[in-house]
Design a protein around this ligand. Structure first.
Ligand SMILES: [Mn+2]
Length: 377
């Protein structure tokens, strides 16, 4: 059949949506059917006037989207953390914001991302992936942070992340402020034989040794790149710039030879080329790459719900494209940090954080790096 349109000669079969539809036919609905059966069992059959008999009396599944108790994407809550090994990926919240140096509030980040995640289905047309069907995902709940003590909190986070990774589960960490980047990497790196690269999206360089005498959300990469298998030459920092907080860190970045790309660099190179360079640097002699996404790397007008917003950052479409390109090569974990709901507007910042996670998970599944297609391979 000729799919070309007469005037332009455009071949419609090249459209991603049509390809996604083809792929959709091959994705089972087993998980969805099981979820319906479970909601009927736990939530009772619906009133007799309800014609659709898949509906229950008490909402116990994903519908209505605005109802129910929210985990991330309404994934199962892994309450007994010793059972974490039953899953392929786990979302864990780190509600800690005592490392902030300007506006606090991102301790509510994990809750906000979970809440807005309810808006989403598990299927994505661009990626032709169904996360519910093709990935065994759980919400591991939150790490017990120690609100007044950053060092004890680091130890708690390290231990939590390490537990997840040790059990062979892909960790997705929702912050919390960026200080958690250090224990996140510490908890992962000890399980990797070989070097770990870091791809870091941010407007801020976050690599000074101390800030106001402590290890704050401006210092994590200094301490992370002191870990023997996390060499600073494998740290790529994308989107750095603006007028806040980077001067002390820049000196360290230069001494340690990290790769710093400003928004201007990204503009000049274009997002695709910039990410190609980032991948090349991060993966140089590395065994794995960790992805750190500071939501303030996106323009402050679009992502206002953050502690140190900065105008002139990435657009969401650029950021999501970059994240998908990075996920395509495989990563050993990701963190999405600095989402501060008290300053958010219409949940748009939390929603972008949620999308960042979903697009990364979706790409990992689509590429056979995680989930059902990785199991088949
Ligand atoms: Mn930042």
């Amino acid at each position: 059949m000729d799919e070309s349109t007469p005037a332009t000669g455009f071949d419609r079969s090249q459209l991603q949506g049509l390809r996604g539809l083809d792929r959709l036919a091959e994705i089972p609905d087993t998980a969805q059917q099981a979820a319906i059966a479970r909601s009927l069992e736990f939530g009772l059959e619906a009133a007799s006037s309800v014609n659709d008999r898949r509906i229950s009396t008490f909402s116990r599944g994903s519908q209505p989207a605005f109802a129910g108790i929210n985990t991330f994407l309404k994934a199962p809550y892994c309450e007994d953390i010793r059972e974490i090994g039953r899953y392929e990926a786990a979302v864990l919240g780190v509600p800690f914001d005592m490392g902030t140096t300007y506006r606090s509030g991102c301790r509510f980040g994990p809750q906000a991302v979970r809440r807005i995640s309810a808006v989403y289905d598990s299927y994505n047309l661009d990626l032709a992936v169904d996360l519910e069907e093709e990935l065994s995902l759980c919400d591991a709940g939150d790490v017990f942070v120690i609100p007044s003590n950053i060092e004890k909190t680091f130890d708690q986070i390290d231990r939590a992340v390490s537990h997840v990774v040790e059990n062979g589960v892909f960790p997705v960490i929702i912050g919390g402020d960026h200080s958690i980047g250090y224990p996140d990497v510490r908890g992962i790196a000890r399980h990797i034989e070989g070097n770990v690269g870091i791809i870091h999206f941010d407007r801020h360089i976050d690599i000074q040794e101390r800030d106001m005498d402590e290890r704050m959300h401006t210092t994590h990469w200094f301490h992370a790149t002191n870990i023997p298998n996390v060499p600073p030459r494998n740290l790529v920092q994308l989107g750095i710039g603006g007028w806040y907080g980077s001067r002390p860190g820049l000196k360290v970045a230069r001494e340690r030879d990290t790769t710093v790309m400003t928004i201007g660099d990204i503009e000049n190179l274009g997002i695709e080329k910039a990410v190609e360079v980032a991948l090349e640097v991060a993966w140089r002699d590395a065994e794995a790459v960790f992805l750190s996404f500071d939501i303030d790397s996106v323009d402050g007008g679009i992502a206002p719900g953050t502690g140190s917003p900065e105008p002139g950052g990435l657009l969401p479409r650029e950021a999501l494209k970059a994240l998908r390109m990075i996920a395509k090569e495989g990563i050993c974990g990701m963190e999405v940090i600095e989402i501060a709901p008290p300053y958010d507007v219409s949940d748009s910042t939390a929603q972008l954080g949620c999308r960042a996670i979903m697009d990364v998970l979706g790409t990992l599944v689509a590429e056979g790096k995680l989930g059902a297609r990785a199991r088949e391979a």
